[in-house]
Design a protein around this ligand. Structure first.
Ligand SMILES: *[C@@H]1O[C@H](CO)[C@@H](O)[C@H](O)[C@H]1NC(C)=O
Ligand SMILES: *[C@@H]1O[C@H](CO)[C@@H](O)[C@H](O)[C@H]1NC(C)=O
Ligand SMILES: *[C@@H]1O[C@H](CO)[C@@H](O)[C@H](O)[C@H]1NC(C)=O
Ligand SMILES: [Cu+2]
Length: 249
């Protein structure tokens, strides 16, 4: 019954929302974790993922929804992962092949449930992985999103081994660049508790406020991939701070 309803809902909705998407599930240190499903009522769902309303992108770079999507309200639970562990994000499909994927974290606090009282606003966020244009030209080259399309719509990230233990938000962000002068941001967040003996935290130079990190006039974001001189460039500068990897490889 529920499965049928889901099938009907998804096929009806896909007519309108085909062009967009988001993360549906995570595999965390080998354990499968359902995501929050935006087209069901929040009631009855239990997920490590913060709530999001629909598959549409965020356009406004100063919107609080850029942090953990709209509305970005709390998950119901968190997942345990050791520092150095792997997190895989599964998308149910992805339609765009030009753009970057950036994975971020923010420290919520020492208690395992600290993210339930942390809104993610402020200078707390650091990158742990970023992939933009890997090879070729802006118009036709190998982008992170092309890699996503040929990897079972799965994006794998390792939690830095030396990261101090504690509760963290993890935020996956797709930046799609196929619409001229209109970058699309697709963020989703999940609650984690990272364990381990690591002692490191990223220093100031790695930390940013998400509502403020992107500039609407940044030439890496406000561009058209279809016209010269941009189309045939072989470099695309990934905006924002450097990636924090910690001192242990
Ligand atoms: C994946 O997430 C979707 C959406 O929340 C959910 O319907 C499905 O049951 C999940 N699959 C698994 C294996 O957890
Ligand atoms: C591809 O991803 C789906 C989840 O979206 C998963 O159920 C399936 O096992 C994955 N296949 C492979 C080969 O990893
Ligand atoms: C983006 O670039 C276009 C074309 O150069 C320009 O007209 C527009 O004002 C720019 N937008 C922003 C927000 O800077
Ligand atoms: Cu789209």
């Amino acid at each position: 019954m529920r499965a049928n309803l889901l099938a009907i809902l998804v096929s009806a909705l896909s007519l309108r929302v085909r062009a967009h998407g988001g993360i549906w599930n995570y595999s965390i240190a080998g354990t499968w974790q359902p995501g929050y499903f935006p087209y069901y009522p929040a009631e009855g769902q239990s997920s490590i993922q913060r709530h999001w309303a629909d598959f549409r992108p965020i356009y406004d770079v100063s919107s609080p929804y850029l942090v953990c999507n709209n509305p970005g309200s709390n998950a119901e639970k968190y997942a345990d992962i050791p520092a150095g562990g792997e997190i895989k994000a599964y998308y149910p499909g992805w339609p765009h092949d030009i753009g970057a994927i950036i994975v971020w974290m923010a420290y919520c606090g020492v208690q395992p449930d600290a993210c339930f009282s942390f809104d993610g606003i402020g200078k707390h966020w650091f990158k742990i992985r970023q992939v933009g244009l890997e090879d070729g030209t802006i118009r036709n080259g190998q982008w992170a999103l092309k890699e996503l399309l040929t990897s079972n719509y799965t994006w794998t990230t390792t939690i830095p081994t030396s990261l101090h233990e504690g509760a963290y938000l993890i935020r996956h962000e797709i930046i799609a660049l196929h619409v001229p002068y209109t970058p699309e941001f697709y963020p989703e967040c999940a609650h984690l508790y990272v364990s381990g003996s690591g002692q490191e935290k990223p220093s100031e130079q790695y930390l940013v406020d998400i509502t403020g990190v992107w500039k609407a006039n940044d030439p890496s974001l406000n561009l058209t991939i279809y016209e010269e001189p941009t189309a045939s460039k072989t470099q695309w500068v990934i905006p924002g701070p450097p990636v924090w990897r910690g001192s242990v490889a």
